[in-house]
Write a protein that binds this ligand. Structure first.
Ligand SMILES: C[S@@+](CC[C@H](N)C(=O)[O-])C[C@H]1O[C@@H](n2cnc3c(N)ncnc32)[C@H](O)[C@@H]1O
Length: 247
């Protein structure tokens, strides 16, 4: 099942590369503009050597270049179409086509590893987190940003219950570990791996990554303005930010 998922996932990411690039990068997405990129910038203020796992077309690394001296920025992603666009969009950043579970670098002494909206698409946490730790110096930081696993379960969603005049966010089967291919918008199928939050924290801990800080920000205004039906759910976070220290 896992190998089958990996093959399907690779194809889907490749097939949907332009959907991601057009809708979510280069300033197109308010959650990135107003929330995700500022949070990553804040958590990397003192970082010099940064590796991004699942870098996509490189928007996070390009953002981290602004106004800062960084010694080394390196991005890996298994989707060739993403890495090709990352090269084109430029900057003094190095890229490689590679998966999180097999990073083609020696023990590189990065002070920071970033993974932004990537690990919820990876079916096997163990090798990926082991690689993250291998890339980091002791005392280094790992920034793990996720679609909030408590609220973004496969069956979650906004319920407008007309019969009772009630509106609420349905959580879904939070404790069920599940691989799903979700139709995130018409004809766009994206692979997700749902797991409870404790899986992330405990597996990170086994691999020498200790939780230092957790952020669950409210959806930013620019997102609420785009999705009026979501306004009532503005107290339900969509993003989870976890900051780990490498022991
Ligand atoms: C939602 S996009 C996020 C891209 C980028 N981190 C950003 O925030 O703009 C998810 C990315 O994860 C990559 N990805 C999928 N499976 C992966 C894996 N096993 N290892 C590393 N990256 C993976 C995809 O190719 C895709 O570029």
């Amino acid at each position: 099942m896992h190998e089958q998922f990996d093959g399907i996932a690779r194809e889907l990411w490749s097939h949907n590369a332009s959907w991601w690039q057009e809708g979510f990068t280069d300033g197109a997405d308010p959650e990135y503009r107003e929330q995700i990129l500022p949070l990553i910038a804040k958590w990397t203020e003192a970082s010099e050597k940064i590796l991004e796992v699942g870098t996509g077309e490189g928007q996070v690394l390009r953002h981290l270049l602004q106004g800062r001296d960084r010694t080394l920025l390196f991005g890996i992603d298994p989707t060739r179409e993403q890495v090709e666009l990352a090269f084109k969009r430029g900057g003094p950043i190095r890229y490689a086509v590679a998966e999180a579970r097999a990073i083609p670098l020696g023990n590189s002494g990065f002070d920071t590893v970033v993974a932004c909206l990537v690990f919820e698409h990876i079916n096997d946490l163990e090798p990926a987190l082991s690689e993250v730790r291998r890339m980091l110096v002791s005392g280094g930081r790992f920034l793990l940003l996720l679609n909030h696993p408590l609220f973004q379960t496969p069956e979650s969603g906004w319920i407008d219950d007309q019969s009772f005049g009630d509106q609420y966010w349905r959580i879904g089967k939070y404790l069920e570990r599940k691989i799903v291919v979700e139709e995130v918008e018409k004809d766009v199928f994206i692979p997700f791996v749902h797991r409870p939050l404790s899986d992330y924290i405990n597996t990170a801990s086994i691999h020498g990554l200790r939780l230092m800080e957790m952020q669950e920000p409210a959806p930013p205004q620019g997102f609420l303005d785009l999705a009026p039906e979501y306004y009532e759910a503005r107290f339900v976070p969509r993003l989870l930010g976890l900051l780990f220290e490498a022991l």
